[in-house]
Write a protein that binds this ligand. Structure first.
Ligand code: TXA
Ligand code: MG
Length: 351
């Protein structure tokens, strides 16, 4: 791919400047690529109805063509243009959770290029709440196809600097609207089945969904066996990953701390071990000589979500030989945290 100059423009996250939105919309309309903040993570956007522009997203991200892309819309009215059939449950869910971090899988209309859906029969649609994302879709006058704006299988970006690090020279514009608020991606929900199936944990939690969908199906990943470090999960699943090998440690708080200490002691040089911890772990690891990142308190998992990818990238940049990450309780947004860490991990250790 030929290098191009990537422009960065600052934009207000609360009241995006019209002139900046217009410039970005112009690039989208002419088939270019614009990275922009959403409430979850930064997205890499192109005109969703322009097949060539959509293919350029795959090239820029080095994303394999078999991985479909989410279409972002400004309102529920756009659904009828993108899907052949919109079941009543879609309207109910949209009413409750849009604009916001919920992506719905629907049967795809012919207007949507096959590249978006990786040649499959469905399309993923989400209506973001971030004023910059909404302003951009409206100014461009078209739905915007956008995966997370990272290099394929890397940690998702929560700042414009992260996008620059991964995609500088490969895209036209980055809109810098500061840090994203939720910090993990949207929840993906397949409503083409008789019972809705949760495909990815995210900003809208299982607790929130089951209040509306009592028959929600949640496929379970294969459980890890206690005391047997194993490759986690399948190679193909490795995603959200830093360059440094990462081991995820699951257990009670006490078990996690004990297990972390054992693993640190087992390394030749403890200075080479980076730790990704919660505030509650601070006293237990006060003397640790290697890099340490605290993502937030266990009692405030929303904060942990907001900081997780930032902390992971920061730790990775310090180039430890190994990152040891503590796991989080599987409740609320904790399920998304567990899922992302499990996919980022080379090994999952259940103590
Ligand atoms: O929060 C988010 O969802 C962010 C922001 C930018 O909106 N986007 C995002 O996109 O995370 P991406 O491409 O990194 O992840 C989209 C996920 C992928 O796991 C993809 O396989 C799945 O959604 N997906 C997309 N279209 C699908 C479809 N038609 N059927 C099933 N899964 C689909
Ligand atoms: Mg992604």
């Amino acid at each position: 791919m030929q290098e191009k100059e990537t422009l960065v423009l600052a934009i207000s996250a609360e009241q995006p400047e019209t002139a900046v939105l217009r410039k970005a919309a112009q690039i989208i309309k002419s088939g270019g690529l614009v990275a922009f903040p959403t409430e979850t993570v930064y997205g890499l956007g192109a005109n969703a109805l322009d097949e060539t522009a959509v293919r350029a997203i795959f090239t820029a991200k080095r994303r394999p063509a078999y991985d479909p892309i989410i279409v972002h819309v400004a309102s529920i009215d756009a659904l009828s243009q993108l899907a052949t059939e919109v079941p009543p449950i879609a309207y109910q869910l949209a009413e409750q959770f849009w604009p916001g971090p919920l992506t719905l899988i629907l049967p795809k209309s012919e207007r949507v290029p096959n590249a978006i859906s990786a040649d499959g029969p469905t399309v993923a649609v989400r209506c973001p709440s971030h004023p910059v994302a909404r302003g951009l879709i409206e100014a461009a006058g078209t739905p915007i196809g956008a995966p997370s704006a990272n290099r394929f299988s890397h940690t998702s970006p929560t700042t414009a600097q992260h996008v620059w690090h991964d995609l500088n020279g490969r895209i036209d514009l980055i809109l810098d609207g500061g840090s994203t608020q939720i910090g993990v991606e949207s929840t993906v929900l397949d409503i083409t089945q008789p019972d809705p199936v949760l495909l990815r944990h995210g900003g809208v939690t299982v607790e929130m969904l089951t209040a509306v969908l009592p028959n929600l199906q949640i496929p379970q990943p294969k459980p890890a066996k206690p005391n047997t470090p194993q490759r986690a999960p399948g190679q193909l699943d490795r995603h959200y990953a830093p360059q440094t090998p990462l081991w995820l440690i699951t257990g009670t708080d006490q078990q996690i701390r004990h297990c972390l200490k054992e693993r640190i002691a087992a390394q030749d040089n403890p200075k080479d071990v980076g730790l990704l911890l919660a505030h509650e772990d601070a006293t237990a690891f006060e003397g640790h000589e290697g890099p340490v990142e605290f993502v937030g308190a266990l009692s405030r998992l929303d904060d942990v979500a907001q900081n997780l990818f930032y902390a992971l990238r920061h730790l990775d940049a310090q180039r430890p030989a190994l990152i040891l990450a503590r796991d989080y309780p599987e409740t609320g947004i904790g399920r998304a945290l567990h899922d992302r860490l499990r996919r980022a991990a080379d090994r999952h250790i259940v103590c």
